[in-house]
Design a protein around this ligand. Structure first.
Ligand code: UD1
Length: 446
């Protein structure tokens, strides 16, 4: 069941959190946001219907579904997490409306439409504001596969017009490990003539999930999850298959942090423990108990008086420490003894939430890409703004730990990527609800 059905999310709202209660109990992780967004785009290339299961009920997914419907795809929601998708009714290769700039992952439609129509006309995507988010590597890959219109100077009033007759395989070397460019190149390559190699590919779990989905539809992709992906293009992806999306690594990590920072004892189910290893290892180093089962992790402290030690963390592409868990982990580092170091190695400017966290008592000095985090006794309640999706989740973690009532405004940003966060946290004993606040203007996100 969708939570808060009667709550009108088109009005400005905040999360109201009364903190100070250790979280306790069990929680289920939903389907991966980033895998779902890639897979929904990939489904637009298929030549028959398919069914997607374990699709998270989050606003980014709703926008992506709407965007695909606007291309002509037939999408029926069977239940909260299951969609029947028939892309054979697609009647345009143009996606230039406002929906495109509401989510970053709309850029996957470039690869998907190139694969399906050999043409794509798409507005540049938006993005959470944590530094420059270029798509030069995506365009370079398309150009190598024969697409015209992929040079930066070809972009016309923010719209990329790609045309590839024929679309052919290519050897694509990515100068920087990019999740988006890897998925986009993989999508187009599935239906290109001949063979493609993506060298220095990203290895994130959702890349493997998109590849597994495409292979189940009839694609020939090998090596996803390594830094060399080899694809043999096929003329037809028959489809007629049901695919279930993997659990969300970042949602799981966020609840691990929430459990720890409140001094709680939570077992998080329906996750893949190996995906959590970078965070689990750091949390163990800090002194937390992390017990792994087949598909679950329990987070707790042996004794409430156990000391939590400082540590140093550096974000990097998978299997490194995920940048999307960086803000939440900084919240955890705030509660450690002494000074910790967080080095943001993926995004240029991903510490914009630090002034908000400072309102809650955090003592953090940022110098370029490094945050020096000084341990504090306790967070204090405050009114703060969710500057982006993961920053918002981090502020929720801090608010859960703080004594008193906090408000996290621009909460719609958190609802972009966390399914039913209010009911999930409430079930763990938290006091959290959505409340209406004064006006805001919804901006471009991803
Ligand atoms: C995806 C995730 C995002 C996550 C990020 C890194 C989705 C929808 N979003 O974003 O949550 O933070 O991976 O794990 O899945 N770069 C270039 N040129 C390009 C593309 C990227 O220079 O053409 C650079 C970026 O500026 C960044 C780095 O490469 O410094 C990694 O970006 P990338 O992996 O592409 O991130 P996204 O796919 O946009």
């Amino acid at each position: 069941m969708a939570e808060d059905k009667e709550f009108n999310r088109s009005r400005p709202y905040a999360y109201e959190v009364v903190g100070g209660t250790p979280l306790k109990g069990d929680i289920e992780i939903s389907g991966s946001k980033n895998a779902a967004l890639g897979i929904i785009a990939a489904a637009m290339m298929v030549d028959g219907p398919c069914t997607l299961e374990n699709v998270p009920d989050i606003s980014d997914v709703h926008v992506m579904m709407e965007l695909c419907r606007s291309l002509g795809a037939t999408i029926d929601q069977i239940d909260l997490h299951t969609y029947a998708i028939d892309p054979t009714t697609i009647n345009t290769y143009k996606a230039s409306g406002a929906l495109v700039s509401r989510i970053r992952a709309s850029y996957y439609l470039m690869g998907a439409l190139l694969g399906r129509c050999h043409k794509a006309s798409i507005r540049l995507p938006g993005g959470c504001n944590f530094g420059q988010r270029p798509i030069d590597l995506h365009l370079k890959a398309f150009q190598l596969m024969g697409a015209r219109g992929a040079r930066p100077t070809d972009i016309d009033s923010g719209i990329v017009n790609l045309n590839a007759e024929p679309l052919h395989g290519a050897k694509i070397y990515l100068d920087i490990v990019s999740v988006g460019a890897t998925i986009n190149a993989m999508l187009a390559a599935c239906k290109a003539e001949g063979k493609t190699e993506i060298i220095n590919a990203a290895k994130e779990p959702h890349i493997v999930d998109v590849a597994n989905f495409l292979n189940s539809m009839g694609a020939k992709i090998k090596g996803a999850g390594t830094d060399l992906i080899k694809i043999t293009g096929v003329p037809v992806l028959p489809g007629h298959f049901t695919y279930s999306i993997i659990p969300d690594q970042i949602e799981a990590g966020t609840y691990m942090v929430a459990a720890a920072v409140t001094g709680g004892d939570v077992t998080i189910h329906n996750l893949i423990p190996t995906h959590m290893e970078p965070l689990s290892a750091k949390m163990r180093e800090m002194g937390y108990q992390i017990d792994e089962g087949d598909e679950c992790i329990r987070v707790y402290k042996n004794s409430p008086d156990d000391e939590i030690w400082s540590t140093s963390v550096k974000t990097s592409p998978y299997p490194g420490f995920p940048t999307d868990l960086q803000p939440q982990t900084v919240v955890l580092l705030c509660t450690a003894e002494g000074q910790s170091r967080m080095h943001e190695n993926v995004w240029q400017n991903r510490f914009q939430y630090v002034p908000e966290l400072a309102k809650m008592g955090a003592n953090i000095n940022v110098y370029e890409r490094i945050a020096w985090v000084n341990g504090i006794d306790k967070f204090r309640a405050a009114r703060v703004e969710a500057t982006d999706l993961r920053a918002g989740a981090a502020l929720v973690c801090a608010a859960l730990a703080a004594e008193g009532t906090s408000h996290i405004t621009q909460a719609y940003r958190i609802d972009r990527g966390y399914e039913h966060i209010v009911s999930k946290l409430t079930a763990l004993g938290a006091t959290i609800k959505r409340v209406y606040v004064e006006e805001y203007t919804e901006d471009t996100e991803a």
